[in-house]
Design a protein around this ligand. Structure first.
Ligand SMILES: O=C(O)CCC(=O)C(=O)O
Ligand SMILES: [Fe+2]
Length: 282
């Protein structure tokens, strides 16, 4: 039985956000600044080569992504609240219009380094085989998913940065799209070579409490032949292949979006955050 309570967001973090613009300003430090245009363009190229032919979808993703990059002035020393809100607005409008968005290179700076540290400091024995289903019905089936997971909480400096970012996004999206997002839970997942996660949805049948999935990746120098792509299957569009390259974020509606993780040929780390609409499990 996983400990959801350990993943709950507490009011202290809300206060931290409110109290400290300095703290929140680094959350999305220069996420779309000029120095990441190049990297993003390369990642988008990779994305394109891996995608099934459909120019309109590819253009859609690229357009949605490139616009705000070009709009940011390179000499702005650090991310302002306005910039953070612009990026959150980009996510909100994409979720509203298409139910998903892929943002290569979106997680950078201190936030990204904190997530990398987390991956390094959590000992292997603290990860456990991921289950399928929920609560009592949860069981482990390696034919469906082979990853190992570690539930995150906010009691470490490195996870706290991520939790602040997730909480800021939760508050923004919930208000902007009237989603009633009450809380989130987050896990670090490790896929060893050969592991995969077959097609699934993140919201369990008869229980639509997980509304939005946010996944980011911690895999530097991911190569096209390393496998491990996240594949999204939008209902009305061809599949979208997302290489699990460092800093990429994929956001989609948990109940709607069928998706899978293709077999990986390298160690693969992802951090997932689910925004929920139910109240806390105590
Ligand atoms: O790691 C990923 O790309 C997605 C993982 C996933 O779908 C899940 O944990 O539900
Ligand atoms: Fe999933």
């Amino acid at each position: 039985m996983r400990n959801l309570a350990g993943c709950l967001f507490d009011t202290n973090l809300l206060l931290m956000i409110a109290d400290s613009i300095t703290n929140s300003a680094h959350i999305l430090q220069k996420p779309f600044a000029a120095d990441c245009i190049q990297a993003s363009a390369i990642q988008l190229d990779n994305l394109q080569t891996n995608m099934i032919q459909n120019n309109s979808i590819e253009n859609n993703i690229i357009q949605t992504h490139i616009e705000p990059i070009a709009a940011v002035q390179p000499d702005i020393p650090r991310t302002t609240n306005v910039q953070i809100e612009n990026n959150f607005e980009l996510i909100a409008s994409a979720i509203q219009t298409s139910g998903f968005i892929i943002l290569p290179g979106a997680i950078q700076g201190k936030l990204y380094r904190s997530l990398l540290r987390l991956k390094q400091i959590i000992p292997a024995h603290e990860f456990h085989a991921a289950g399928i289903g929920q609560g009592e019905q949860q069981n482990i089936n390696q034919q469906i998913r082979g990853d190992e997971i570690y539930w995150l909480n906010d009691n470490h400096i490195h996870s706290r940065r991520w939790f602040i970012w997730c909480e800021s996004l939760r508050v923004y999206l919930s208000r902007r799209l009237l989603l009633g997002l009450t809380r989130f839970e987050s896990q670090l997942a490790f896929y060893s070579a050969g592991a995969f996660y077959k097609k699934h949805r993140d919201s369990f049948r008869g229980n639509n409490n997980r509304l939005l999935t946010v996944v980011t990746y911690l895999n530097e120098d991911w190569q096209a032949d390393d496998g491990g792509e996240l594949v999204l299957y939008p209902k009305t569009q061809p599949p979208i292949y997302v290489p699990p390259q460092s800093g990429t974020i994929a956001i989609f509606l948990s109940e709607e979006m069928l998706h899978e993780v293709r077999p990986t040929y390298q160690s693969r780390y992802s951090v997932t955050c689910w925004f929920r609409t139910d109240s806390a499990v105590l």
